[in-house]
Design a protein around this ligand. Structure first.
Ligand SMILES: Cc1cc2nc3c(=O)[nH]c(=O)nc-3n(C[C@H](O)[C@H](O)[C@H](O)COP(=O)(O)O)c2cc1C
Length: 403
């Protein structure tokens, strides 16, 4: 008896010790967060169409996940020109603002905090998604390998090869910044708590930043300072709408998603981190360059880890890292002071009550890739919480006001 009491007590103490950093409160910009568990941005392609308008179902999905310290919404196009996939939500029309208001009200009612991720895809698009079937735009007329996800005449999803984009003219640059400002103002109207500028994963701002996609010879190409110019202009303009302490930025150092790379990533991303550090933003959010080794539980490669350390050293504010984390890896990275907060993508997708599961060291639901994008409630709002697994009724998700 005494042995089992002692071992139970020890197990309790260990579990407290191993989750103690994730559950430390932290100040992020204007907000005091109750823990360090962030919900990473996750495109789910379930906006109502036509119009790409968020719905009550989307509100339900986000409200279920309101126990995150901070939710970062799925990437949301700031304009039609900024759209790259069928059925992703926008933040450029009044209907979209009204749709997002359902989401923010639901999240706030459930006690959560939510930032909108502002998105322009640049060349990762297709004429069928563009206004007047025009060519997608990019820093330079360089086609991406791969295929766009579009809607066919029968309303079904379909893959179509990317096209060679049109290189933006320098006169168009203020118009691009205005698209982000329009989105940022609308996000304020829609009741968000802040915005994250999506400059990761090979989309427009990353296309300007990384050397493989930017061959410009004007003030927006060539040197790293020039390749950073558009991002910094966008961050400054969006900060005027929101104040810097409610603005975050996402980068993917060493990222190769969407056929992108940089010839000198340490200089490019190190400079980006240093310049963003001067802006007093709420946070910098990076996609973990060491995601593959973390996921395979392998010894981290030196280059990705060096990149994380470089970003940490150059950026003096709060750093969120996302990619490949489980509970133990998250605790380990916080303990080693590589990050201030950890964002979880696929684990949050499949576990609406992820913080509670972490706290109890409870088993996690597995995510179902087949239902990542498109469709309805299946694989979206039907992942069970621990309470449901115990036989409790699911919380009513959609109250009458949200319909
Ligand atoms: C289904 C899915 C959709 C995603 N959508 C976005 C997105 O809209 N914006 C973004 O910046 N990253 C997006 N990502 C990347 C995630 O935010 C995250 O960086 C990635 O899933 C790695 O974290 P994880 O290992 O915790 O899942 C997406 C990932 C997945 C699996």
């Amino acid at each position: 008896m005494s042995v089992s009491v002692t071992s139970t007590a020890r197990a309790d103490a260990e579990s407290r010790a191993t989750t103690e950093l994730l559950f430390q409160p932290v100040q992020v910009g204007r907000y005091h967060l109750r823990n360090r568990i962030v919900m990473a941005p996750l495109t789910r392609s379930r906006a109502r169409h036509p119009g790409n308008v968020p719905t009550a179902l989307n509100a339900c999905y986000y409200a279920q996940r309101a126990s995150a310290a901070l939710i970062i919404s799925e990437a949301t196009q700031v304009s039609m020109q900024g759209q790259g996939y069928a059925w992703t939500p926008g933040i450029h029309s009044p209907e979209q603002v009204a749709g997002w208001r359902l989401v923010t009200e639901a999240v706030h009612k459930a006690g959560g905090l939510i930032f909108l991720q502002l998105w322009h895809v640049g060349r990762i698009s297709h004429p069928s998604l563009q206004p007047d079937a025009m060519l997608p735009v990019a820093p330079s007329a360089i086609k991406s390998e791969g295929q766009a996800f579009i809607e066919n005449e029968n309303g079904q999803g379909e893959l179509a090869p990317f096209v060679t984009p049109r290189a933006l003219q320098i006169e168009e640059m203020p118009y691009l910044v205005r698209q982000y400002v329009h989105g940022a103002r609308n996000a304020l109207d829609a009741g968000f708590d802040g915005v994250e500028v999506h400059a990761a994963n090979g989309y427009l701002l990353d296309q300007f930043l990384q050397s493989s996609t930017n061959r410009r010879t004007d003030g927006y190409g060539g040197s790293v300072e020039n390749r950073l110019r558009l991002l910094l202009e966008v961050v400054e303009a969006v900060s005027e709408v929101w104040q810097p302490d409610r603005v975050g930025v996402r980068l993917s150092p060493l990222g190769t998603l969407n056929d992108i790379h940089d010839d000198d990533p340490e200089t490019t991303f190190g400079t980006a981190a240093a310049r963003l550090s001067d802006r007093s933003l709420a946070y910098l959010h990076i996609v973990n360059p060491a995601i593959a080794t973390l996921e395979n539980h392998a010894k981290p490669e030196p280059a990705p880890l060096r990149m994380v350390e470089l970003m940490r050293a150059k950026y003096r504010g709060k750093l969120i890292v996302a990619g490949g984390f489980d509970l133990d890896a998250a605790e380990d990275w916080l303990r080693k002071d590589r990050a201030d907060l950890i964002a979880f993508g696929r684990k949050f997708l499949a576990n609406p009550d992820l913080p509670e599961r972490f706290r109890l060291r409870a088993p996690l639901n597995a995510d179902d890739r087949a239902t990542y994008y498109g469709g309805g409630a299946k694989g979206y709002t039907d992942y069970p919480s621990l309470a449901q697994e115990r036989g409790e009724q699911p919380k009513s998700c959609v109250d009458d006001r949200w319909r």
